[in-house]
Write a protein that binds this ligand. Structure first.
Ligand SMILES: [Zn+2]
Length: 463
């Protein structure tokens, strides 16, 4: 069907992709733990798998793509208590924000979005199977733990032996664990915890551990053996190692054929963290930059490479994307389907088949744009728009893009600025401050400074 090669973390190599069932792909990605706004690292992760999903669809596969929502977790419980709201109020609110952010970035919804709280019976059944196979035990503190020493393949994803892994562990004497690497499957609940996160079980009231949530959800939705399992590089160990231990321990056979991990995001070449103050939510970034510019910026790096976030790189992405749109100026490029036999499309497909190499695929789009600048041929314009559309780019007209991304200020002058200011006043009246802030930021990026007057009007000047 296709010549797709995927880098499989399990094999530490690029491998030809062969689906379990011809023409069909089942893919699971570890989604968000919902208690705060998504940051740019989350955007990168969701974008990486969005591109894989889109390319699998473009390659003719029928794809079942599950991306879960973790709505039971210590961090969620803590935050809900701090905010004085229920856990479901907190998770409902931030799920809505996540959907808004991913929607803006052109990240397609997954076909299945399981929430951990909906799969507790399946988690309990899985823990019971593990207990019956001597892979789980209840400790003196009431927690049910996984017994890593009873699973011979433990460490196969991270490529480490149990001894190597143990050497890096702190020994915590205050738990009922037999081995420091044993991990919790079922946490006994404490009196102080809200009733909302307590479920009855044969081991007493409690709640599931994070790792068992994913094993239960993916096997319930995609079966005990499926094609692709993905997530951020930080999930390789222990999360994905533990998922393998649980699922393969319980089912007695291979769980997943291809394990796929995306790289980290760095900010100005430093690790992104709240304490360093270089931490950006998707919302922060979208106040300053058009969403398609952000998408383009992320796709310029290969998904396994580190992504270095900086205003300079985003400004550069805006200029580059503007070049692609400018090539489409004044050429009718709509209609007719993509011609996959055309030379650029062949190169584009080769790049995407090579472990989703979006930087090379984008280079092909720039080649098409230079050709289009010379020929102004509608056929070339169509091909450019259609290929870009495969990875979620160039869906707007050049005018629409400039208006949104550059404020149109330098394109058509004062009238356009006045129009943007009028739109911003409307947005403020409607209390849509995200929109009004965005218009201000877009104009500023185009060199236009706004000054709000006490009477509600706005003056502007060029920077
Ligand atoms: Zn997971």
């Amino acid at each position: 069907m296709s010549n797709l090669k995927i880098y499989n973390t399990l094999a530490r190599d690029k491998q030809t992709f062969v689906p379990i069932e011809a023409g069909k792909v089942r893919m699971y990605v570890c989604g968000m733990t919902i208690y705060d706004y998504c940051h740019i690292g989350h955007a990168r992760m969701m974008m990486a798998f969005d591109v894989m999903y889109r390319w699998l669809l473009a390659s003719g596969y029928e794809v079942t793509y599950a991306r879960n929502i973790t709505d039971i977790d210590d961090k969620i419980i803590k935050r809900a208590v701090e905010n004085g709201e229920t856990i479901s109020q907190l998770t409902t609110r931030f799920t809505k924000y996540m959907d808004e952010d991913t929607g803006a970035l052109g990240i397609l919804p997954a076909t299945l979005v399981p929430r951990a709280t909906e799969y507790v019976p399946q988690m309990l059944a899985l823990i019971e199977t593990l207990e019956s196979k001597d892979l789980a035990y209840q400790g003196a503190d009431g927690d049910v733990n996984y017994a890593v020493r009873n699973f011979p393949n433990y460490g196969k994803l991270s490529g480490k032996s149990l001894d190597d892994l143990r050497a890096g562990e702190r020994v915590d004497v205050n738990t009922g664990k037999r081995d420091p690497l044993d991990f919790v499957l079922w946490k006994a609940s404490k009196e102080s915890e809200p009733d909302e996160v307590k479920w009855d079980s044969k081991w007493g009231k409690g709640r599931p551990g994070w790792h068992i949530e994913c094993s239960a959800m993916c096997s319930a939705l995609l079966g005990e053996h499926f094609d692709i399992h993905g997530g951020g590089a930080d999930l390789q160990f222990p999360h994905h190692e533990n998922e393998i231990a649980q699922s393969e321990g319980a089912f007695g056979h291979t769980m997943v054929n291809y394990w796929v991990h995306n790289g980290f995001v760095r900010v100005d070449n430093e690790k992104m963290s709240k304490s360093l103050g270089n931490f950006f939510t998707i919302r922060d970034v979208l106040k300053k930059y058009d969403a398609e510019v952000v998408r383009f910026f992320i796709l310029r790096a290969h998904y396994r490479s580190p992504l270095n976030y900086s205003d300079m790189h985003l400004d550069d992405a805006r200029v580059a994307l503007t070049r692609l749109y400018t090539a489409l100026d004044g050429v009718e490029g709509d209609g007719l389907a993509l011609d996959w036999k055309e030379a650029h499309a062949v190169r584009f497909a080769e790049a995407m088949d090579d472990d989703f190499n979006t930087p090379v695929a984008l280079a092909v789009l720039f080649d098409l744009a230079s050709e289009l600048n010379k020929s102004k041929s509608p056929a070339v314009a169509r091909q450019l728009k259609a290929l870009a559309g495969v990875i979620g780019l160039l869906a707007r007209t050049p005018q629409e893009f400039r208006q949104a991304a550059v404020g149109e200020a330098d394109a058509s002058g004062d009238a356009a600025i006045a129009e943007q200011i009028a739109k911003r006043i409307e947005a403020k009246k409607a209390r849509n401050f995200a929109e009004s802030d965005k218009i201000r930021a877009d104009l500023l990026a185009a060199g236009v400074i706004l000054e709000d007057k006490p009477d509600g009007t706005t003056n502007w000047r060029r920077a």
